[in-house]
Design a protein around this ligand. Sequence first.
Ligand SMILES: *Cc1c(COP(=O)(O)O)cnc(C)c1O
Length: 464
Amino acid sequence: MTMITNHLPTAELQALDAAHHMHPFTAGNALGAKGARVITRAQGVFLTDSEGNEIIDGMAGLWCVNIGYGRQEMAEVAARQVKELSYYNTFFQTTHVPAIALAAKIAELAPGDLNHVFYACSGSEANDTNIRMVRQYWALKGKPEKHILISRRNGYHGSTMGGGSLGGMKPMHEQGGLPIPGIVHIGQPHWYAEGGDMTPEDFGLLRARELEAKIKELGPETVAAFIGEPIQGAGGVIVPPSTYWPEIQRICDEYGILLIADEVITGFGRTGNWFGSQTFGIRPHIVTIAKGLSSGYAPIGGSIVCDEVAEVIGRDEFNHGYTYSGHPLSAALALENLRILSEEKVVDHVRDVAHPHLAAKWAQLADHPMVGEARLVGLMGSIALSPDKTRRAAFAAEEGTVGLITRERCFANNLVMRHVGDRMIIAPPLVITPAEIDLLIERAWVSLDEAAAKVRAEGLWQAA
Ligand SMILES: *Cc1c(COP(=O)(O)O)cnc(C)c1O
């Protein structure tokens, strides 16, 4: 077999990819016929593909590359760590410096008494840990019947059996026997699509109070925890109305329910604070982390756990863990990533420079004839595509048709902007500069214009 390298022609790489590589969240046969785009290198906020195109990455990979691609310091830390201690586990009364140092650093950054870290290799695994941890917590407190977790429709918490069950993604639940028992979903705080004639504030309260109604229906003595993303990411960057989280907090406090904030996206600077919980005034007992924790340089995730829950869990053997929990390479890279975020004041950059610069231009996109709303918190943004913005109308075509057309125009214009149904979303690397933001916006306008022309030409400009 020939060596498979960057130097092979694109078509050959695509054929090998189609023959042997099964892609996540993909109709494999159709992609195989079309050929996947081959990304060969990346630096800063730019990707390069096998045809030599320079693409601005408006999604930071999958919401994770907070410090940008290809940092020299990260390469050096990786090499040093592999030479010093390539692997050891943390199961049997052993530990190592990267796991210690990272946990201490995370505890320092996390708000309140979130002082303890249980490591996983991804956000999905961390949420599986959370399911077991909250149930074990209540069992140790003598209340094993408190076992139900409540989450939201159109929330995303990963793709394992546990994570996929906590998530409220219908297409995921339709495959493979999800959700597992003991997980119950309530409505999402998505005012734009579901708020009708209500004010956002009233609608936020309405959706939060679905939690209270559900707890009463199930009986508070059966409910272990509520889990939610401060801002729904994969669901379409849904920013909840200002009334939502304070009411959720009140309900969790009042009924003695643990609150889990899934900060896999909103953690580590994305919203202009270290954690989205700070942006929204949430006081969680457990915070799920992954993605920006290592800026995607190595797989790592975890649960940040408050003092009381950690103390209770520590009373007995917790029969749970992963071979690579706290993997030294991942932990060392995460620690270096946090050092860069801290020392380069990247969170301040998001809040004081990048967000204000992008916010002004992002808001102007709402003037585009095909854009119904434009939202941005920190560096997490969405626009709703609409054929009639005066009444927040959806397109008559199957949901996602117009979004896909728009995403393909973005791709053609060397901009990665993702679509969720008919919403377009961005979450660029946090180190993006004002000049790079200008380029992103320039390409977004061109792509929206081209997409609108195509939507009209195909007769799709019709409200549902
Ligand atoms: C991506 C994501 C996850 C899952 O993380 P993986 O590392 O893909 O397993 C969980 N929760 C949220 C909010 C996410 O965005």
